[in-house]
Design a protein. Structure first.
Length: 165
């Protein structure tokens, strides 16, 4: 049996995979959609003069929460208040932000604490404030709060377990 075609196809598939990973790099994707010049943040076609806001509160959540907030911080060289929630611990932390390690694919007690911190931060904002949300996959489990306080964490976990499976 001639294995040459299979070896060739495997090489092609590997190259496609490597190029795809390079293109979906969080820093590269966000950098193509965000621009920061003289205090003005461009998000796609929308402009936000960050100097006009009394407070900028950032929520970065999901599996890509760390690289997303690091990219925003790098591009703007700004200090923000806010919350970062990921399913794994941060290697480094951006000053001014609170970090949580939410559960994934099932919510955890830390998911509830993260949601509480986000809501508390958002409730402190006024009409002179700006909220920026950076959301990636997994955020729905990593940040969770039941609509009714009588719904327990175990109830939420069981609901997610049914949805996931």
């Amino acid at each position: 049996m001639n294995l040459a075609p299979f070896v060739y196809m495997r090489g092609v598939a590997t190259e496609i995979f490597r190029r795809t990973l390079a293109e979906v790099n969080i820093h590269k994707v966000l950098s193509s959609r965000l621009e920061y010049t003289r205090g003005v943040l461009r998000v796609c076609d929308d402009l936000y003069d960050l100097n006009r806001y009394s407070q900028v509160f950032v929520v970065s959540m999901g599996k890509a929460a760390h690289p997303m907030i690091e990219t925003l911080s790098f591009l703007t060289s700004s200090t923000f208040n806010g919350v970062v929630v990921s399913g794994h611990p941060a290697q480094t932390q951006v000053e001014g932000l609170r970090y949580f390690e939410g559960g994934h694919p099932l919510p955890s007690a830390e998911s509830l604490r993260a949601a509480e911190a986000i809501l508390k931060g958002l409730n402190s904002l006024d009409h002179q404030s700006l909220a920026i949300f950076l959301i990636s996959g997994g955020a729905s489990a990593m940040v969770e709060q039941a609509i009714d306080r009588e719904i327990s964490l175990e109830d939420l976990v069981q609901t997610y377990r049914v949805l996931v499976h």
